[in-house]
Design a protein around this ligand. Structure first.
Ligand SMILES: Nc1nc2c(c(=O)[nH]1)N[C@H]1C(S)=C(S)[C@@H](COP(=O)(O)OP(=O)(O)OC[C@H]3O[C@@H](n4cnc5c(=O)[nH]c(N)nc54)[C@H](O)[C@@H]3O)O[C@H]1N2
Ligand SMILES: Nc1nc2c(c(=O)[nH]1)N[C@H]1C(S)=C(S)[C@@H](COP(=O)(O)OP(=O)(O)OC[C@H]3O[C@@H](n4cnc5c(=O)[nH]c(N)nc54)[C@H](O)[C@@H]3O)O[C@H]1N2
Ligand code: SF4
Ligand SMILES: [Mo]
Length: 681
C-alpha cells in the first residue's frame, strides 16, 4: 500500500495504490485533505496505462533508409542524440538546440530540465506547455501582487467565503472533487457566481449564471467596478492603506456603464447590476479565474481587471477572501517555478537578474556568465523551428504539441523542418510518432517525485511498483545525455538528492523550498511554499500583512478592453471556443488509451438555433472552419450554449488546427478560447 497522488490535474488528489498480483488498484486515501478520498473518473482509472499494450518499452530511432521508426538500445539512442546535438552546437551555436517541457513533470524533472538546457546545452531556447495554461494569470499576479502562487490560500477556504465568483472555470468537470466546496459554501448560505459562454455542470451549481460572448470578461470586470464605485461599495480604507494606482483604474471604469458592457458582452445590464449588488453586500468575496478568462490575447489584462475588482472590494489578504487562479496541470504550479520557462531560473528567479544568476550558478558550480539569457516563449519557440534564426533540434519532455499547440498545422510543419526531433514519452503520442528518436520513460507510480498543487502545496508522489523492463526515468535520460555532452557538474538521478539541490537553488527566491524535505511532506500532508527553513511552518495563506512588492502594497493596473484578435465576420460568423470534458485529459495521449474512459470522441457543441440555421440535428456531422483549418465532427445540439458560439473539446487531433496563434503581449499566451469560425452541414 502506497499513499501517493493522481497522475493528472492540479488538484493532485491523494490516492492509495494497492498491488493485487500484477495489477495495481487505486483506492481512496481519505486522510489527504485536498480531496478527502474523492477522485474523478480519470483518477479511478489512472492505473489503466500500466501494462498497456501501447506502452513504450524500448527506444525507437528513425531508420534513414525506410523512414520508419525501429527499435534501438539505449546506448545507440543516447549516443545518436548526443552526437547530433554536439555537432549542431559546434556548427550553429548553442541556440540551435531547443527544449520543450511540461507542467506534468515533477519538480525534480522540471528543475533538472532547466539546468540541463542552461548547463549541458547552453541554450536559451527552453519553454514549456505551462505557457499555454496559466501564464496570463501568472503575469497578472506578478504585476498586481509581486508574486505568482495560483491560490494564495488553501482550497477549502472557499467554503467560508460569502460570494465566490468563477470566471471561466468549469471545475465540476475539470477538478470534480473541488466542486464539493461549492456545495458546502451554498449549504452555509453563501452564493456562487459562474461566468461562462456555456451553462456547464459548474454553472448548474450557481446562484447567478452569466453567459458572455467569448473574450468579453474584461468589460464585465470594468462594468462591475463602475457599478461598485458608483454605489459607494469600494473599500476606500483598504485602498488607501494597502494598494497603489486606484485613481487611473477608477477613471477607466467610469467609462464602462452597464449598457455599454451589455452591448459588448451580450450580458444584460440587469444581471451585471445583480452581481454588483451581491458583491457590495458581501463581507467576503473570492474571485477565481481559469482558462476561460485567461486563454486570450488580452488574458493578462482580463485577470488584472478581475484582480482590480477584488482589490477595490478590499479582499486580497483578508480572511477567506481574495483573488486566485485555478492552475491546471498536475505540476502547473511547481513546473513554472524551477526554470523550464524561458525567462526563469529556480525559485521563481528571473534569468536576467544578475543576483539570481550568481546564486544559481554557484549551486550549479558554473560561471554565471556561462548561463544563457532569456529565450523565446513556447509558441514563438515552436514557430521559429527550422527557420534561419530558430533551433534545428528539439527535445520534448512531457507535452504532445502537435495536438495541443494552437494553429497546429503550422506547428506540424515547423517540426517537420527540424534536423532532429527527440521525444521522451510513455506512449507513442502524435508528437512522438513524428520524432527521429523516441525515448521510453517511466510514469507515475513507477517513480518518486514532488508536485506542487494549485494551492502551492508541495506533495510527494511515491513509487509503488517497478517500471517495465527497458524504460528509464526522465532523470536518467537527462543524466545520460549530460554525461555524453561532458556537461559540468553533477546531474543526479535520485529524486530526493535532486530535491535537496532544488531547495538550495530556490533558497531566497520567491518560491523558496529550502525548508521542505520528503519526510516533512509525508508527515504534514504537503508543505506550502514559501518555506525557507526546516523549522518554518510553510505558508498556507499569503498577503495577510503585506504584499511581496517593493513597497508592500498591491498594485491596481489600469487595463482597457481591446477584444479578441479575431472577431466574427461575414465569412466566419460565429465565435469558436475550446476546452475540456470530464473523462479526457489534455491532448488525450494518456486517457484516450484507457478503456474505462472510452468516449465517443470529438464533437461540435452548438445551440438548436444555429443547428436549425445550418440544417443539422444532434449527432449529424458538421464541418467547422476557421482561417487556419477545418474539422469534421458530429454536432452536439444543446440549449446551454450561446447561439452565436460553438465549442470543441481539444483532446483529439483537429481542434487546434482551427485555433488562433495570436499571443497575449505580456504572457505570450495564445488565444485558445476565441476565434472566428464558420459551421456548415
Ligand atoms: N477533465 C479534465 N480536467 C482537467 C484537464 C483536462 O484536460 N481534462 N486539464 C487540466 C488543465 S491543464 C487545466 S488548464 C484545467 C482547465 O480547467 P478549466 O479552465 O475549468 O477548463 P476549460 O474547459 O479549458 O475552460 C473552462 C470554461 O471556460 C469556458 N470559456 C470559454 N471561453 C470563455 C470566455 O471567453 N470567457 C469565460 N468566462 N469562459 C469561457 C468554457 O466554456 C469552459 O467551460 O483543467 C485541468 N483539469
Ligand atoms: N484548443 C485548446 N488547446 C489547448 C488548451 C485549450 O483549452 N484549448 N489548453 C492548453 C493547456 S491549458 C495545456 S496545459 C496544454 C496541454 O497539452 P499537452 O502539453 O499536450 O499535455 P498532455 O496531453 O498532458 O501531454 C503530456 C505528454 O507527455 C507524456 N507524459 C506524461 N507524463 C510524462 C513524464 O513524466 N515524462 C515524459 N517525458 N512524458 C510524460 C504524455 O503521455 C503526453 O504525451 O494544452 C493546451 N492546448
Ligand atoms: S480531480 Fe484531478 S487530481 Fe483529482 S482524481 Fe481527477 S484528475 Fe486526478
Ligand atoms: Mo493547462
Amino acid at each position: 500500500m502506497t499513499n501517493t497522488h493522481c497522475p493528472y490535474c492540479s488538484l493532485q488528489c491523494g490516492m492509495t495504490l494497492e498491488r493485487t498480483g500484477p495489477a495495481l488498484e487505486v483506492t481512496p486515501w481519505p486522510e489527504f485533505p485536498v480531496n478527502e478520498g474523492a477522485l474523478c473518473r480519470k483518477g479511478w482509472a489512472a492505473a489503466g496505462l500500466r501494462g498497456h499494450r501501447e506502452r513504450l518499452t524500448t527506444p525507437l530511432v528513425r531508420d534513414s533508409h525506410t523512414g520508419a521508426l525501429r527499435t534501438a538500445d539505449w546506448d545507440e539512442a543516447l549516443d545518436l542524440v548526443a552526437g547530433r546535438l554536439r555537432d549542431l552546437r559546434e556548427t550553429d551555436g548553442p541556440d540551435s538546440v531547443a527544449v520543450f517541457g511540461g507542467g506534468g513533470l515533477t519538480n525534480e524533472k522540471a528543475y533538472q530540465l532547466g539546468k540541463f538546457a542552461r548547463v549541458a546545452l547552453g541554450t536559451s531556447q527552453i519553454d514549456y506547455n505551462g505557457r499555454w495554461c496559466m501564464s496570463s494569470a501568472a503575469s497578472a499576479a506578478n504585476q498586481a501582487f509581486g508574486i505568482d502562487r495560483g491560490l494564495p490560500f488553501p482550497l477549502a477556504d472557499l467554503e467560508q467565503t460569502d460570494v465566490l465568483v468563477l470566471v471561466g472555470s468549469n471545475l465540476a468537470e475539470t477538478m470534480p472533487p473541488a466542486a464539493r466546496h461549492l456545495d458546502r459554501l451554498r449549504d452555509r448560505g453563501g452564493r456562487v457566481v459562474v461566468i461562462d459562454p456555456r451553462r456547464t455542470s459548474t454553472a448548474d451549481r450557481a446562484d447567478l449564471f452569466i453567459q458572455p460572448v467569448p473574450g468579453t470578461d474584461l468589460p464585465l470586470a470594468l462594468g462591475l467596478l463602475h457599478l461598485l464605485d458608483a454605489g459607494g461599495a469600494v473599500d476606500e480604507e483598504y485602498i488607501a492603506a494597502r494598494t497603489t494606482g486606484f485613481d487611473a483604474v477608477r477613471c477607466t471604469a467610469a467609462g464602462w456603464w452597464p449598457e455599454r458592457v451589455e452591448r459588448v458582452s451580450g450580458v444584460p445590464a440587469g444581471e451585471l447590476r445583480e452581481l454588483a449588488g451581491l458583491l457590495a453586500a458581501a463581507g467576503r468575496v473570492v474571485v477565481l479565474t481559469a482558462r476561460g478568462a485567461e486563454q486570450h490575447t488580452q488574458g493578462t489584462a482580463t485577470v488584472l481587471g478581475w484582480v482590480n475588482v477584488a482589490l477595490a472590494l478590499g479582499m486580497p489578504g483578508r480572511e477567506f477572501s481574495g483573488y486566485g487562479c485555478l492552475t491546471g496541470q498536475g505540476n502547473g504550479q511547481g513546473g513554472r517555478e524551477h526554470g523550464q520557462k524561458c525567462d526563469q531560473l529556480p525559485g521563481y528567479r528571473m534569468i536576467d537578474d544578475p543576483a539570481a544568476r550568481e546564486h544559481v550558478a554557484r549551486v550549479w558550480g558554473v560561471d554565471p556568465a556561462s548561463l544563457p539569457g532569456r529565450g523565446r516563449s513556447a509558441y514563438e519557440l515552436l514557430d521559429a523551428l527550422g527557420t534561419d534564426d530558430g533551433a534545428r533540434a528539439l527535445l520534448v519532455f512531457g507535452s504532445n504539441i502537435v495536438v495541443s499547440a494552437p494553429n497546429a498545422t503550422q506547428v506540424g510543419e515547423r517540426l517537420a523542418s527540424l534536423d532532429l526531433l527527440v521525444v521522451a514519452d510513455i506512449v507513442l503520442s502524435e508528437t512522438a510518432a513524428l520524432a527521429d528518436v523516441v525515448l521510453p520513460v517511466t510514469q507515475w507510480a513507477e517513480e518518486t517525485g514532488t508536485m506542487t498543487n494549485l494551492e502551492g502545496r508541495v506533495v510527494l508522489r511515491e513509487r509503488a511498483v517497478a517500471p517495465p523492463e527497458g524504460v528509464r526515468s526522465d532523470l536518467d535520460v537527462l543524466a545520460g545525455l549530460a554525461e555524453r555532452l561532458s556537461a559540468p557538474g553533477p546531474f543526479h538521478t535520485h529524486p530526493e538528492t535532486i530535491f535537496a539541490e532544488l531547495g538550495a537553488a530556490s533558497a531566497g527566491g520567491h518560491a523558496d523550498y529550502a525548508g521542505i524535505d520528503y519526510d516533512r511532506i509525508r508527515a504534514e500532508h504537503g508543505v506550502f511554499w514559501p518555506c525557507p527553513t526546516a523549522d518554518h511552518p510553510g505558508t498556507p495563506r499569503m498577503f495577510e500583512g503585506s504584499f511581496p512588492t517593493v513597497d508592500g502594497r498591491a498594485r491596481f493596473v489600469d487595463v482597457e478592453h481591446v477584444g479578441a484578435a479575431e472577431q466574427p465576420c461575414e465569412d466566419y460568423p460565429v465565435h469558436l471556443t475550446t476546452g475540456r470534458v470530464l473523462a479526457q485529459y489534455q491532448s488525450g495521449a494518456q486517457t484516450r488509451r484507457i478503456r474505462d474512459l472510452a468516449d465517443p470522441g470529438p464533437f461540435v457543441e452548438m445551440h438548436p438555433m444555429l443547428a436549425d440555421r445550418i440544417g443539422v440535428v444532434d449527432g449529424q456531422p458538421v464541418v467547422v472552419s476557421t482561417r487556419r483549418g477545418e474539422l469534421q465532427a458530429p454536432a452536439r445540439v444543446v440549449a446551454t450554449i450561446r447561439p452565436d458560439t460553438v465549442f470543441v473539446p481539444f483532446h483529439w487531433v483537429g481542434a487546434n488546427r482551427l485555433t488562433n496563434d495570436a499571443l497575449d503581449p505580456s504572457s505570450r499566451m495564445p488565444e485558445f478560447k476565441a476565434c472566428a469560425a464558420a459551421v456548415r452541414s
